[in-house]
Design a protein around this ligand. Structure first.
Ligand code: NAD
Length: 474
């Protein structure tokens, strides 16, 4: 009997390297090798950038209508391979197929591709009088480097790639060393319809490869999503090539629950705000400030939701929580929980690894009775653990929310939308949600303030960020 391969194995076979030369990539849940990623050398960055540079002019000259059509065709290709991509992503990244996870992420790739295809960046007439006329238009920048993280590897790659291509740039993609195979597969699927050289991957576990790409003299723009530490290095690199930058960096989003919130009504949305992608999400709820009058009820309702959410291997149907993607991240989470307990934190639910599920699993955890100054509150945990801080005066909660360097997202929870908006207006974050956290829309710009980065993605603002402004005056 010939061996029957699953759809993701067929897709993987298209992109993976020879085991003799490639790097073994583990399944995040089981640790078994799922495939082999090519290991490209630094010199291959130069080859990739040269290919993208050579293809750029022709791609730009195709014009918006043709590029838009090709982006829709690319979305169709992703749609046609959705299950294969989702399964590969689930194994490599760890996120379950079900829930707002792997299938959801591939669906978001299709949505954001179509949004980039249909959004129009109109010329802006600045002055139009008898004597003066000035118009602001936008054109391609050139070659864009798309450097991504391991948490939402496909969706974030598309956020970087799709607007850049739409505006007539070509793109060199550098996936995280932890999730190269699923991004390579996505690029391969997109390249079923894109002309050669328009989208070129560079894959390596050597972080110098990313550094070389960001510093390359022929890179005109770096779209970077990742840690604040790496973001700083990219800023330094840009002093030489003057590449434009969009930096989406880490977050430590606060949520403030006002005294009039309904604990039972908000519990499930609070849960997903914090635990989406098993907490490994830049704009997840990472510290929760709850008014003392409803503190215990909120904790009870939230813990009830946590207890009924299944965690396990991503391919097993029904699971909505998975492992930490890698051992290093597991260690960060375990250390922060241990420290929080030592400093008076009370574990309401979870609080420990789940070794029966696999080495990288940590139970979904709520820790109460914490204060600012404890590392679990002050640092980004990036895992399935939510610290809860009780407050008496909302002024203190606002001061705490604004008290850290990070400023990606924040949220306010209340039965009174007007009161919530008044608090929201005082929070320093790129996005402040009311009665939800982390919900994104392809036409609504997204970006951080403070040390969470700069530049906006999505919609018209996202197209501007991968374009060069030109004013024609007179
Ligand atoms: P990371 O900074 O370690 O790596 C990100 C990417 O940068 C990888 O592809 C890596 O190979 C590459 N890289 C490493 N050194 C480089 C260098 N010197 N120059 C150029 N590229 C280099 O981040 P990570 O651990 O993969 O991601 C987790 C972090 O990303 C978290 O802090 C999270 O909050 C953040 N994040 C932010 C957003 C957002 O939209 N703001 C989204 C997702 C993740």
């Amino acid at each position: 009997m010939p061996e029957v391969k699953s759809v993701d194995e067929v897709l993987l076979a298209r992109v993976q390297a020879d085991p003799a030369t490639g790097r073994a990539i583990p399944d995040a849940a089981t640790g078994e090798t799922i495939g082999y990623a090519p290991e490209q050398a630094i010199v291959e960055v130069d080859v990739a950038v040269a290919a993208a540079k050579a293809a750029q002019r022709e791609w730009d000259e195709l014009g918006h209508a043709v590029r838009s059509k090709l982006l829709h065709a690319a979305a169709d290709a992703v749609d046609a391979n959705a299950e294969a991509l989702a399964r590969l992503l689930s194994r490599e990244q760890g996120k379950p197929l079900d829930g707002p996870n792997a299938r959801f992420e591939v669906g978001a790739c299709v949505t954001w591709l179509r949004s980039a295809a249909t959004t129009v960046l109109e010329p802006q007439v600045l002055i139009d009088s008898d004597t003066d006329h000035a118009v602001l238009t936008y054109r391609a920048l050139g070659v864009v480097a798309a450097i991504g993280p391991w948490n939402w590897p496909l969706m974030i790659a598309i956020w970087q790639i799709a607007p850049a291509l739409r505006m007539g740039n070509t793109v060199v993609v550098k996936p995280s060393e932890y999730t190269p195979l699923s991004v390579l597969a996505l690029v391969d699927v997109l390249n079923e319809v894109l002309p050669p050289g328009v989208l070129v991957p560079v894959v390596s576990s050597d972080r110098e490869v990313g550094a070389r790409l960001a510093a390359h003299p022929d890179i005109d723009k770096v779209m970077f999503t990742g840690s604040t530490a790496t973001g700083r290095r990219i800023v330094e690199a840009s002093s030489a090539n003057l590449a434009r930058l969009t930096l989406e960096l880490g977050g430590n989003d606060a949520g403030i629950v006002l005294p009039d919130a309904d604990p039972k009504a908000i519990a499930e949305d609070l849960f997903w705000g914090a635990f989406i992608n098993t907490g490994q999400t830049c704009a997840a709820l990472k510290r929760l400030y709850v008014h003392e009058s409803i503190h215990d009820e909120v904790i009870d309702a939230l813990a009830g939701v946590v207890r009924r959410m299944p965690m396990g291997c991503g391919l097993d149907p029904g699971n909505v929580l998975g492992p930490l993607q890698n051992a290093a991240q597991f260690d960060i989470v375990a250390r922060l929980v241990e420290d929080a307990e030592a400093r008076g934190g009370r574990v309401v639910v979870g609080g420990e690894p789940a070794p029966e599920l696999g080495a990288n699993f940590f139970r979904a955890t709520i820790i109460a009775d914490l204060t600012d100054g404890v590392a679990l509150v002050d640092q980004e945990q990036f895992g399935p653990v939510l610290p809860v801080v009780r407050y008496t005066d909302v002024e203190d909660a606002i001061a705490s929310a604004n008290g850290l360097d990070a400023g990606l997202g924040a949220s306010v929870w209340s039965s009174d939308r007007v009161a919530a908006r008044a608090v929201a207006a005082r929070l320093r974050a790129g996005t402040v949600w009311i009665n939800s956290h982390g919900t994104l829309h392809p036409e609504v710009p997204f970006g951080g303030v403070k040390k969470s980065g700069y530049g906006l993605e999505f919609g018209v603002e996202g197209l501007k960020s991968v374009a060069e402004p030109r004013i024609v005056s007179g």
